[in-house]
Ligand binder design. Structure first.
Ligand code: IVH
Length: 675
């Protein structure tokens, strides 16, 4: 080999190692060591050299993960050792008897177990020959699977090449391919954006992505892999004593191993692990459907052996299913605080996610139509953690001929006012506003909540009664309540009535932020309410602000500004506010930032667009400087823009500013203005 080629080979090897190292940092350790642009630069450099010297491309090069020609069909692969299944346990009794059988079988008083999450994905086997990834396959029938090598190569957390002193000549790594919850959400969003079918859950999405004949599609799907054991090994420095040592060894070969894997002793510890992982389940970035217990000592595993197609030394302890099949008995429409009409499926009771579920949200009319949920349908219902149960999909094959598509009512089912859908919104809303009892109830529930006016003892049931008996219609009516009106209600003793009145009295002294939040204005949550309070300092200044002015408040964009303007434009809302003030609801008023901002006349109230690189200021600093003086920085140039600040290499915004005749500033001009 000539010297030049040798040098290029060396450079290629260095680049490939660097890139795989950064893949490992990013995809396995979740700890990127370099910025994306630097990674891209290394990748492009490697691509360029490989383009110049195609003879030097090897199949282990990171550039070769994607790009294989689409297949016509998957070929079959015989597993070196069968891929077995696990015995399942759904209750603690079965776990205790598993441990008892093992202790008896081994004649030992106590057993050490390796404990792991049970990944809810697809089992795969990865075959490495001389440390190089050769074949990857699905489980299939356990003996023969499908060759999905091309697809598995696109998963960046799967090493293409193993680097260790004593690499086995043959190694079959077993594990699970998953789609992370976040990647699943992104994928479904983009499927919907493209008008394509969304996947029911991450497992289905992972399965659909792995079964692609064109690996370029798989590459776009962001799959992940976790190793949980080995199938077969020849030679090399593989540990021979404990399963947990094998997992550490796989980790040292850069295979992803779940952080949640542990070693525990005795059956109580198994259950403690089950409960611990159960509480973490929702916050894990991937889906699991239980935990797996494995006798840790390999000699003990061998002694226990196998029964039919499952090892005697391992057990899967499953969580209650998060998805179950049931029937839709009816579809009701509920009215929320801001008048949103939400279709809700009434279900034949079903035990799912650990509780009995009788209702499931259908979100909005688009969702009902997309899933085509009908009364009488057999559906899959999902309840995960504290998330409200939802209908995932309809089992179309079970549908009877008599079903009818769901139609949203034209009128509010509570007050009868017209229901309307604003353009660009998914929700259909009742136009009855605060005259609608359903909205009255929700508005008062929100008003009295702990983070709003904090009226202790005013529960949802009591509010329902108060509204149903027309004792209270608006939040201001709460301050007119007397003992007699309260004790006339069901289940309210005089003492509780007096306590409640004291709590209502106490709530009068509040803060402006709490009061704004308590008004229940659409799109105005606690954070926005705080920002508005500190910006305006007083309620009248907020109520009189126009759309442009509102958008000067940090984090207030056009949508929130419009909601605020709409709310304060309603005479009814102004009247309720007036009554609340007359009843004695008060807070300390301040000057607020708006008062300070108006002193700086040159920048306050002005809209800026930044384009190109400024000589000495970063874009962030320029934005901050403008905003602290009451100006606003927006992304695009329009007739309303006051100034476009231009640096070197400006974008099309500069041309637009010229064509619209907007004042153009350089950095010096901006600095003058800021001073
Ligand atoms: S060990 C001899 N460990 O569960 C059996 N399996 O019913 C070897 N699974 O499809 C399996 N997480 O893919 C093992 N931590 C884990 C697992 C796990 C998920 C899957 C496996 C298989 C099924 C077994």
């Amino acid at each position: 080999m000539n010297k030049k080629i040798e040098a290029i080979q060396q450079q290629l090897q260095k680049l490939r190692q660097q890139i795989e190292h950064h893949n490992y940092q990013y995809y396995v350790l979740d700890n990127p060591a370099i910025p994306d642009v630097e990674y891209d630069r290394l990748f492009r450099e490697l691509q360029q050299i490989e383009r110049d010297y195609p003879r030097l491309i090897t199949s282990e090069s990171p550039t070769q993960r994607v790009g294989a020609a689409p297949l016509n069909t998957f070929s079959q692969v015989v597993h070196e050792v069968p891929m077995l299944s696990l015995d399942n346990a759904f209750d603690e009794e079965k776990v205790a008897s598993f441990d008892r059988r093992i202790r008896e079988g081994l004649s030992v008083p106590v057993v050490e177990y390796a404990v792991e999450p049970k990944f809810d994905g697809l089992a795969v086997s990865l075959r490495y020959e001389q440390g190089k990834f050769k074949t990857g396959s699905t489980r299939g029938d356990g003996y023969t699977g499908e060759d999905i090598t091309q697809n598995l190569r696109t998963i960046k957390s799967i090493p293409l090449c193993l680097s260790a002193k004593d690499v086995p000549t043959l190694l079959e790594v077993r594990g699970e391919v998953l789609m992370m919850k976040a990647d699943f959400q992104h994928l479904n969003q983009s499927q919907r954006d493209k008008g394509e079918k969304a996947f029911a859950n991450p497992r289905n999405a992972a399965a659909g992505s792995l079964r692609q004949l064109d690996s370029k599609v798989t590459a776009t799907r962001h799959l992940t892999f976790f190793a949980y054991g080995i199938g077969w090994v020849e030679d090399g420095g593989i540990p021979k004593v404990k399963h947990s040592d094998i997992m550490d060894y796989l980790l040292s070969l850069h295979f992803p191993v779940a952080k949640e894997c542990a070693v525990v002793t005795g059956s109580d510890a198994l259950l403690a692990y089950y409960h611990d992982i159960g509480t973490k389940r929702e916050s894990l970035p991937y889906e699991i459907d239980g935990v797996v217990y494995k006798v840790n000592a390999l000699a003990q595993q061998e002694k226990l052996g196998y029964v039919s197609r499952a090892p005697r030394f391992a057990l899967a302890h499953k969580f209650p299913a998060q998805e179950m099949v049931t029937k839709v008995l009816g579809i009701d429409v509920q009215v929320g605080r801001t008048g949103t009409l939400t279709p809700v499926a009434r279900l034949e009771p079903v035990f799912v996610g650990g509780v009995t579920v009788t209702n499931a949200t259908l979100h909005n009319i688009d969702e009902v139509q997309r899933k085509d949920v009908r009364v009488g349908d057999t559906v899959i219902v999902r309840r995960a953690g504290d998330v409200i149960p939802e209908v995932v999909s309809v089992m179309q094959t079970q549908r009877s001929a008599q079903t009818e598509p769901f139609v949203m009512p034209e009128n509010c089912p509570v007050c009868g006012a017209k229901a309307a859908r604003l353009s660009g919104e998914a929700a259909v809303r009742c136009t009855g506003g605060l005259f609608c009892p359903a909205q009255q109830k929700q508005a008062i529930i929100h008003f009295s909540a702990r983070r709003a006016m904090d009226i202790d003892g005013l529960g949802d049931k009591l509010i329902e009664q108060l509204v149903d008996h027309s004792v209270v219609r608006t939040s201001a009516d709460l301050y007119k309540l007397g003992v007699t009106a309260l004790v006339n209600l069901e289940r309210l003793a005089e003492k509780s009535a007096n306590n409640l009145l004291a709590a209502i009295e106490k709530s009068k002294q509040t803060t402006l932020a709490r009061f704004i939040y308590a008004l229940g204005i659409r799109n105005v949550g606690e954070t926005t309410a705080k920002a508005l309070a500190s910006y305006y300092g007083g309620l009248d200044r907020l109520m009189d602000a126009d759309l442009e002015d509102l958008q000067l408040v940090p984090d207030v964009g056009p949508i929130v500004a419009q909601s605020l303007a709409d709310f304060f434009a309603q005479p009814h809302n102004r009247e309720v506010i007036e009554q609340l003030r007359l009843a004695g609801v008060s807070w300390e008023e301040q000057d607020g930032m708006s008062a300070i901002a108006t002193e700086v006349t040159a920048v306050s109230g002005k809209t800026f667009v930044l384009t190109g690189t400024l000589p000495s200021m970063s874009r962030e600093t320029a934005k901050e400087e403008i905003e602290t003086r009451g100006g606003k920085v927006v992304g695009s140039v329009s007739k309303k823009t006051n100034y476009v600040v231009v640096g070197t290499d400006p974008g099309s915004k500069y041309d637009k500013a010229l064509s619209l005749g907007v004042t153009i500033l350089d950095e010096a001009g901006l600095k003058d203005l800021l001073q």
